[in-house]
Structure formats: structure tokens, C-alpha cells
Design a binder for this molecule. Structure first.
Ligand code: NDP
Length: 336
């Protein structure tokens, strides 16, 4: 039995619509209210998503709403203060990535959740992808020998309805590094079960980013134990397939199409016995992630990605931005 929860949504965002569709598949979830900076946007969102209430006054909403949980999906510079407000009101919080704009803010969020005994999750949905869970298990079982390298091709074409703050507002956390490298960093930590230590990133503008905002990045990340990962993120890659290749001393694992929101993928294992496709069951990535979060709020297990995991993926992305600025490899800040 899933724990019934009353939900508030902070941010009248595109991703909140997707998450609401997934939450509606989970028994007992009461999707109550949305908070936006615009009364009109809030009203429209509430009507479109069949929520009871809309507001621009977060403090009043949190005071009066009797919410169990809050989903924060505003632009990135607002995540920290909104999460702190929700935690102070006694709510569990699922926050979007990147958790905040700086590591000190992430530390405040994690500290506040711990102090209040509330669950803080980071919505790194790629941990829910069945192919990634299979790759993690197969690699951990030693089936492809010692893993020494990973290649992540996560270059997409940003759809027109998302071509806003991501491309021209560095203050809101725009740019492909905080948008996509942050997901890749979390996925690599999840797959390898190792910590990243150093990153060398090169960024560029390839036609979408404006001002100082990068729309393309490539990185080399060094993990504990001598594992190297290469990542490619882009907003301008038309008709590209996402690809993930895990390389071991005895074989490799190769996934196509897994780095999306769709929850489908194809996966192959290659070794001395040849190449075979491993069936990957399709899943609703957000349903899986939010189920785990709700269970964690009920004292059962942990979120797929915790606040601390969100802080780690941010540390990688921030070191990547520092590397792009300095032109050198940069150390990744140690865990809190
Ligand atoms: P959106 O651009 O859809 O929404 C972000 C904010 O922009 C909203 O909260 C809203 O502010 C404002 N906004 C929305 N529509 C308009 C409009 N027409 N005019 C002016 N302002 C508008 O962002 P996303 O949904 O793409 O991303 C939100 C967060 O979720 C980010 O942190 C992002 O990194 C993360 N994300 C995570 C994904 C995942 O799979 N984990 C996937 C996509 C995004 P207000 O609330 O004030 O109305």
C-alpha cells in the first residue's frame, strides 16, 4: 500500500505536467495546488492539471495547505529557497536538478532536511531506466571484467517550447552543463558506484546559446580506481540517438535511446560469446522515481537519488564549468 500524500507543486513548469501524469498513476496521491510567480500562469496550470488551488504566495500556501510533500520544478536559482521554505513547513521535498546553484546552498538544503527529519530527493530520473539498472548489476557482477571506461553521448535537440531560460539566462542556471551534464554525472556515479575526482570540460556555442550560455559540452571525468568517462551534451544535435557504452576488460554493454524521458531503450552485451540483446522492459521513469520517494517518506528505503546525490552531481557540473573557464582539468569538490 502506497502512503497517501497531499502534494504541492512549486513551479508551473513543463516538467511538472509530466510528473503530475506519473503521480496520477500512484494510489492515494492527492495533487492539490501549484505556486507560480504569475497568478495567471498559476490559474491556467491548475485548471489544465485539475488542481484545486493556485497561488503566488508560497508562504501562505505552505502555512495553510497541510501538504505532506512538495515538488520543486522552478528555474534553478529558486530551488534552494523554495526547498528550505517547504522543509520549514514540515514537508518532504522532491527537488529538480540541479539541486541549487552552489554547493553551500545544497548543503543548507541537505542540513535542513536532516534537521527536520524530512526526505529530500533529487529528480535524477535516469536512475529509474531499466537498462541502466541492468548495466549497473551486470557490471557489478564482474560479467564484463574490470570496467575502465564509459562513453556517454547525450546530445539532443532542445524542442522549441523549452528554448527559453536554458539558452539565455545564466542566472537561472541556463546552459547545457547544469542541464544535462548534471544528469550524466549522477548516472555515472550510479552505474560505476565510484566517485568522480577530476573533470576537464570544453564548452561551446553551436547556434542556440546566447551571451555567455553554452549549448554544447564535452568532458573527460576521472573516477576512483582509474575509470575514465567521456561525456557529450548538446542542445543542438538534430536527429541524434543517445548512446551509453560501458567498457570492461572482458566485454562491453551498449545502450541506445536510454538517455531520454521515454523510459524505453535497447541494450546489448558483447563478449567472447558474441553479441546478444538484453530485453529492457519499458517503464515510466517518473512513476518509478516518485514511488521510491513516497516509500522513503513512509520510512521504506531511500529515494532513487537523495539530496546528497544531487549535491554530488552538482559538484561535477560546477567543476566542469570551472574547467571550461580555466582551460584546465579541475578537481571535483569533496563530498560534504
Ligand atoms: P519550464 O521553462 O517549463 O518552467 C520553469 C519555470 O518557468 C516555471 O516554473 C515557470 O515559472 C516559468 N514559466 C513556464 N512557462 C512560462 C511562460 N510561458 N512564460 C514565462 N515563464 C514561464 O522549465 P522545465 O520544466 O523545463 O524545467 C524546470 C526545472 O526542472 C529545471 O530545474 C530543470 O532543470 C528541471 N528539469 C528536470 C527534468 C528531469 O527529467 N529531471 C526534465 C526537465 C526539466 P513560475 O513557476 O513562476 O510560473
Amino acid at each position: 500500500m502506497t502512503r497517501p500524500m497531499r502534494w504541492d507543486f512549486i513551479g508551473a513548469s513543463n516538467i511538472a505536467e509530466r510528473v503530475i501524469a506519473s503521480l496520477r498513476k500512484i494510489d492515494g496521491q492527492q495533487l492539490v495546488a501549484v505556486c507560480s510567480r504569475s497568478a495567471e500562469r498559476a490559474r491556467q496550470f491548475a485548471t489544465g492539471q485539475r488542481l484545486e488551488a493556485s497561488s503566488t504566495d508560497l508562504a501562505a500556501l505552505l502555512r495553510e495547505g497541510k501538504f505532506d510533500a512538495v515538488y520543486v520544478s522552478s528555474t534553478n536559482e529558486q530551488h534552494c529557497e523554495q526547498t528550505l521554505a517547504a522543509l520549514a513547513a514540515g514537508c518532504h521535498v522532491m527537488c529538480e536538478k540541479p539541486l541549487a546553484m552552489g554547493l553551500a546552498d545544497a548543503a543548507r538544503m541537505i542540513g535542513a532536511a536532516n534537521a527536520r527529519g524530512r526526505v529530500l530527493g533529487t529528480n535524477h530520473h535516469l536512475r529509474a531506466q531499466a537498462s541502466h539498472r541492468l548495466m549497473r548489476e551486470i557490471a557489478a557482477a564482474g560479467e564484463i571484467g574490470q570496467v575502465h571506461g564509459v562513453q556517454v553521448s547525450h546530445a539532443v535537440h532542445l524542442p522549441p517550447h523549452l528554448q527559453g531560460w536554458r539558452l539565455d539566462k545564466p542566472g537561472a542556471g541556463g546552459g547545457v552543463v547544469l542541464d544535462i551534464l548534471v544528469h550524466n554525472a549522477d548516472l555515472l556515479r550510479f552505474l560505476l558506484q565510484r566517485e568522480p575526482r577530476r573533470i576537464h570540460t570544453v564548452t561551446q556555442q553551436s547556434g542556440m546559446g546566447k551571451g555567455a550560455v553554452e549549448d554544447t559540452a564535452m568532458s573527460l571525468i576521472e573516477f576512483d580506481g582509474g575509470v575514465l568517462a567521456q561525456t557529450h551534451e548538446s542542445f543542438v544535435a538534430a536527429h541524434a540517438l543517445t548512446r551509453l557504452h560501458v567498457l570492461g576488460t572482458k566485454g562491453s554493454l551498449y545502450a541506445v535511446g536510454s538517455l531520454t524521458q521515454a523510459g524505453t531503450a535497447q541494450l546489448w552485451q558483447r563478449d567472447d560469446r558474441g553479441e546478444r540483446e538484453i530485453p529492457v522492459p519499458p517503464v515510466d521513469l517518473y512513476e518509478v522515481g516518485f514511488r521510491a520517494f513516497i516509500d522513503a517518506c513512509d520510512g521504506k528505503g531511500t529515494p532513487l537519488a537523495s539530496g546528497a546525490d544531487g549535491e554530488r552531481s552538482m559538484a561535477v557540473a560546477l567543476a566542469g564549468l570551472a574547467s571550461a573557464a580555466s582551460g584546465r582539468a579541475e578537481p571535483i569538490a569533496a563530498a560534504l
